[in-house]
Design a protein around this ligand. Structure first.
Ligand SMILES: [Zn+2]
Length: 225
């Protein structure tokens, strides 16, 4: 009887350990077992990849932009689950995609930063999805992640605004955090989705004004609407 209980408890303990320390992960889209927290090859191939570099220009600067893929199909589902349903398995898989992309871009000793949220939006969501992605990449590739910027004015949601409204909505809406040293640094700004590029451009502009050497903008997805 006593032995039976001990065996029963040991089985439970082993099960808990196997969950905690399992090497096996599931593809967040089809649940097929994969080695790392990433998409399986079949789901990876459903992403419409973007290989070309694009340019995000404003009045003062031009920055290079890179995206993993088009904001469509599998990408939309994963980003929405991560952003609005606290699905961090999708978040980690998206971080893995960014990691692959950074390895291709090959920028020498960069630092990573991310588009900040207003404190009101942060409180509502509980996390900044862009910061989360930057931290996944930073940890995997051993690149420092620096919280460079804060949002200094409340802006409207960019969704629902047209192109020129989006630019004026976020104009001068970011400021450098106190004590942040970025002089002569090459910076990669991480965000989830890029559309007009107005938000990321204004982040880059503030970093350039404070002495950054080079700005690159890297997002998981690129949307045309
Ligand atoms: Zn899959």
């Amino acid at each position: 009887m006593g032995d039976g209980i001990i065996k029963y408890l040991k089985d439970i303990f082993d099960n808990v350990l196997s969950v905690l320390f399992s090497e096996e992960e599931q593809c967040p889209l089809c649940e097929k077992v994969v080695e790392k927290t990433s998409l399986c090859l079949a789901c990876r191939n459903k992403i419409d990849s973007i290989n070309e570099v694009f340019v995000i220009s404003g009045e003062e600067y031009s920055f290079k932009g890179y995206s993993v893929g088009v904001y469509s199909n599998a990408m939309v589902g994963m980003i929405k689950r991560f952003k609005y349903s606290r699905d961090f398995q999708c978040g980690r898989a998206l971080g893995e995609l960014l990691k692959e992309k950074i390895l291709h871009i090959n920028i020498e000793s960069p630092i990573l930063t991310f588009v900040p949220m207003s404190s009101k939006s942060y409180k509502k969501r509980g996390y900044n999805q862009s910061e989360y992605l930057a931290k996944v990449v930073g940890r995997e590739l051993n690149i420092p992640v620096v919280n460079t910027l804060y949002k200094c004015k409340e802006t409207l949601d960019q969704i629902g605004l047209n192109g020129s409204e989006r630019w004026s909505n976020v104009d001068d809406s970011f400021k450098l955090n106190e004590g942040i040293k970025i002089k002569n640094r090459k910076i990669i700004i991480i965000d989830d989705v890029i559309t007009t590029g107005a938000t990321a451009y204004n982040c880059g502009k503030e970093l350039m004004k404070n002495g950054a050497k080079e700005i690159n903008i890297l997002t998981v997805a690129k949307s045309n609407v």
